[in-house]
Design a protein around this ligand. Structure first.
Ligand SMILES: *Cc1c(COP(=O)(O)O)cnc(C)c1O
Length: 355
């Protein structure tokens, strides 16, 4: 048995893999694979409708928002957001908390004026800037709710009345969120909801069309809003898998329950990191992510030995990102507590052997 701590594409509930496999072979006994039916067929139209209602229900999305299933990854949203809602002479505030925010800032600068409101670059992005001063007159404030690479997470919304735009790729559906504060929420599916290939966009409908700029048809949110996210062929299989994950979330009791479990799972691991004499966490305690847990060995010369012990115990995907080093255990919604306990066992066995 493998315990998959990969950062993304990442673990999904087993039941999602099972149902998705069944649908690939024969979708609901119609004698056809889900992969060979039209995206305009009643079957697929139903899937998309169901997926959107689940998202609206689980996240409590207000009626004046639209759910879009786009392609190009969260990385395309770095420019698509600014291209659609930031005028050439308008300012947007960006909070820089890591690699993904930095990339978002670079793209937004192509279309408007970017104020970097705060940055944690000074200490390798190991914390979330606090008490960020947010000036008046910004079109929006953009932030990355969870920093997949550096293992930090916003535990509150930025303190402002300004409209928010958020990259929630690695913590969407991990906790409740007040969608009404956002103009745009976007998330690549492959961290917490589905396979790679679909990017979820939750967008307030009346924010498109507010600036004067020619926008290519496919990059214009308006196109996708008007066509119910089916202007062109949507990524049918990833959307189906997302729908299955959302059904699973619903069965778990929704986001309050999921958040409770996520807190419990993360505490187990952070407590061990703090207790174990061989390891230390990289993120500032108050900024720690419940999704991506980054930690180092005090003696980095033993990195390979720990990795080998973990691998032998079936714990895979824990090698840290090169910009932090050490280890990263990604413990998304679908990660069972028992897998975290397994990793903790390995850490304790390692301590007995090397401390
Ligand atoms: C993975 C990730 C991205 C990049 O997503 P792609 O779908 O590969 O473009 C962006 N932001 C965050 C927070 C991520 O975790």
């Amino acid at each position: 048995m493998k315990h998959n701590f990969s950062a993304g594409p990442a673990i999904l509930p087993k039941v999602v893999f099972q149902k998705a496999s069944d649908a690939v072979l024969d979708y609901q006994n119609i004698g056809l694979s889900l992969l060979e039916i039209s995206h305009r067929s009643p079957e697929f139209v139903d899937i998309m409708k169901n997926c959107s209602s689940l998202i609206k229900e689980i996240l409590n999305v207000p009626d004046d928002y639209e759910i879009l299933y786009l392609t190009g990854g969260a990385s395309s949203q770095f420019y698509m957001t600014a291209l659609n809602i930031l005028g050439n002479n308008q300012r947007a505030g960006y909070i820089n908390t890591g690699t993904w925010s930095t990339k978002a800032i670079k793209e937004a600068k192509l279309y408007g004026i970017v104020d970097e409101l705060a940055s944690s670059k000074d200490s390798n992005f190991n914390y979330i800037p606090k008490e960020v001063e947010i000036p008046e007159g910004l079109r929006y404030v953009h932030y990355t709710s969870n920093n997949t690479i550096f293992g930090t997470q916003f535990h509150e919304l930025p303190n402002t009345d300004t409209r928010l735009v958020c990259d929630m790729s690695s913590d969407i559906f991990s906790r409740p969120v007040d969608v009404s504060r956002f103009d745009i929420i976007y998330a690549g599916a492959q961290k917490n909801i589905g396979p790679a290939g679909v990017t979820l966009v939750i967008i307030k409908k009346d924010i498109v069309d507010q600036i004067e700029r020619d926008i290519p048809t496919m990059l214009n949110y308006k196109t996708h809003i008007e066509k119910g996210s089916a202007f062109n062929t949507p990524p049918v299989f990833p959307i189906y898998c997302c729908m299955l994950t959302l059904e699973w979330i619903s069965e778990q009791g929704g986001l309050e329950e999921i958040e409770k479990l996520n807190k419990e799972k993360a505490s187990l691991l952070y407590d061990e990191i703090d207790r174990n004499t061989c390891f230390k966490g990289t993120a500032e305690v108050g900024s720690r992510s419940l999704m991506n847990v980054c930690f180092l060995l005090n003696n980095e010369e033993l990195n390979d030995s720990f990795l080998e012990m973990a691998t032998n115990a079936g714990c895979v995907g824990i090698k840290g990102h090169r910009s932090v080093g050490g280890f990263r255990a990604s413990i998304y919604n679908a990660m069972p507590k028992s897998s975290i306990e397994k990793l903790i066992e390995v850490m304790q066995a390692f301590e007995s052997k090397y401390a």
